[in-house]
Design a protein around this ligand. Structure first.
Ligand SMILES: Nc1nc2c(ncn2[C@@H]2O[C@H](COP(=O)(O)OP(=O)(O)OP(=O)(O)O)[C@@H](O)[C@H]2O)c(=O)[nH]1
Ligand SMILES: [Mg+2]
Length: 442
């Protein structure tokens, strides 16, 4: 059941699985490895130690579970304790914005506030759309420190399809009040305020936010935290909480290499929810925070669930089903192969997808790069074929292959390589079909 642990923890597992019992001696070593693993995920030392204390007492109190090997039992305890810290198995963390409401988005410079404002608009509109509703959202910036900040928000507003107001006022408080007035006058459902960030928490910045908070009393206050800043994000969160207060955090840049230690530390020390995580630069890259997923990520397991969701979101169910059917029937042609390549594109870059797969740390960046180049080449080759050739690949004789290679700017060998891969794919389909039949008769 717990054979999906990778890297660090698989080492612990392997080593523990050689012993039949959890002894004091092997446990000490296991703790040390978990400790290293968590520190590597950028969890602060004090948090790691406090966490391990809990794990230790859970291990001591644990009855021997017959179905599990000692190693599995140990990992299960670590996993369950971590999950409990992050909010538990079925925690619902996303916030539903009240109507009407002012939403203030805060955070340090470059943490991703402006991008997140756009993502929140997209998310809120999308949620409403799924229920057959529309949302009228106004966004505005009170960032007068960075010259291009307001323009950046205006561009994003257009992109995501919400209204934007450029204030006449040029000081944060006056601008916030002006935005509030427009919001009320035009009866918008939400006003999302993008605020200025600084490199470090400073008095002026905090005072501005304190004043705006007092004047507008936003219904929702969200803190944007950059997952890559690791431990520092804890100090930021504490300062914002002490002086202004917030309802939940949004952890951005989870698509980076970070293992998510910041999320764990944040929950552990502030006890506040993480409502969403940002997983890319595009406006649709905002996901609900799912404790279970974060647990597997911190422990270094691949996040398959997120990947699967991404796949169903981007590729319609129908396309998937018809593709699967064709595949099983063996009528899979080069046009379908081309569609499959396009599907991969829709699901996001290879690199992004691979990050979610277990054991993907073993795939080198060079190998990924190679895969991407190959996919691009395949697409160009199929693009140079006629429709008939795509539907009846048997037509592809030597001279046609030459013509296609020239059209795609590749060598004839590249074309042969693609056809070989396509053939393998078809053979595989046939095999699957056969196995399916056998199963039915057995
Ligand atoms: N990869 C990735 N990049 C992100 C994410 N969120 C934001 N970014 C990028 O981070 C950079 C900073 O984002 P902004 O939204 O401008 O950050 P900000 O907090 O508004 O910055 P200031 O207004 O300068 O304080 C941009 O290049 C964004 O595209 C995310 O979830 N993943
Ligand atoms: Mg900004």
């Amino acid at each position: 059941m717990f054979d999906f642990l990778s890297q660090k923890f698989s080492g612990v597992l392997q080593w523990l699985s050689n012993s039949h019992k959890l002894t004091e001696e092997n446990m000490a070593q296991a703790y040390a490895q978990v400790r290293d693993g968590l520190l590597e995920a950028d969890v602060p030392l004090a948090v790691v130690d406090a966490f391990l204390e809990q794990v230790k007492s859970a291990v001591t109190g644990q009855k021997v579970h017959q179905a599990l090997k000692p190693s599995e039992q140990f990992i299960k305890i670590v996993h369950d304790s971590l999950l409990a810290f992050l909010g538990g198995k079925n925690a619902i963390t996303a916030i539903t914005f009240q109507i009407p409401s002012v939403i203030m988005v805060m955070g340090l410079q470059g943490s991703g506030k402006t991008t997140t404002v756009a993502k929140l608009c997209h998310y809120t509109k999308e949620q409403a759309r799924q229920r057959g509703k529309q949302r009228h959202i106004l966004i505005g910036s009170i960032d007068f420190y960075r010259p291009a900040a307001i323009d950046q928000l205006e561009i994003l507003a257009k992109q995501v399809g919400v209204d934007f107001h450029r204030t006449k006022a040029t000081t944060p408080l006056a601008a916030a009040l002006e935005l509030q007035q427009v919001f009320k006058q035009k009866c918008y459902e939400h006003l999302i305020l993008d605020t200025a960030g600084r490199l470090h928490i400073d008095e002026t910045m905090m005072q501005e936010l304190v004043d705006i908070n007092k004047a507008l009393s936003p219904k929702h206050k969200l803190l944007v935290l950059d997952a890559m800043t690791g431990q520092e994000s804890l100090n930021v969160a504490r300062a914002f909480n002490d002086q202004i207060g917030f309802d939940a955090a949004i952890l951005t840049k989870m698509d980076s290499d970070t293992r998510g230690g910041a999320a764990f530390a944040f929950r552990f020390q502030l006890g506040k929810p993480i409502a969403w995580v940002g997983s890319g630069e595009k406006i649709e890259d905002l996901e609900n925070f799912v404790p279970e997923r974060m647990t597997t990520r911190i422990l270094g397991m691949g996040d398959l669930q997120t990947l699967l969701e991404k796949a169903t979101e981007s590729v319609s169910q129908q396309t998937q089903e018809s593709m699967a059917k064709k595949f099983m029937e063996g009528s899979f042609n080069l046009k379908d192969f081309q569609e499959q390549l396009q599907m991969l594109d829709k699901m996001g870059s290879m690199q992004k997808i691979l990050r979610y797969l277990p054991g993907s740390h073993q795939i080198t960046p060079e190998a990924m790069e190679k895969g991407q180049v190959e996919t691009r080449r395949f697409k160009a080759i199929i693009g140079s074929m006629t429709e008939k050739e795509r539907l009846v690949p048997a037509l592809l004789d030597g001279s046609r292959r030459k013509r296609i290679a020239a059209g795609a700017g590749v060598s004839a060998q590249d074309v042969n390589h693609l056809l070989q891969r396509f053939e393998e794919c078809k053979q595989f389909a046939k095999m699957v079909k056969k196995m399916g039949k056998l199963k039915r008769f057995s």
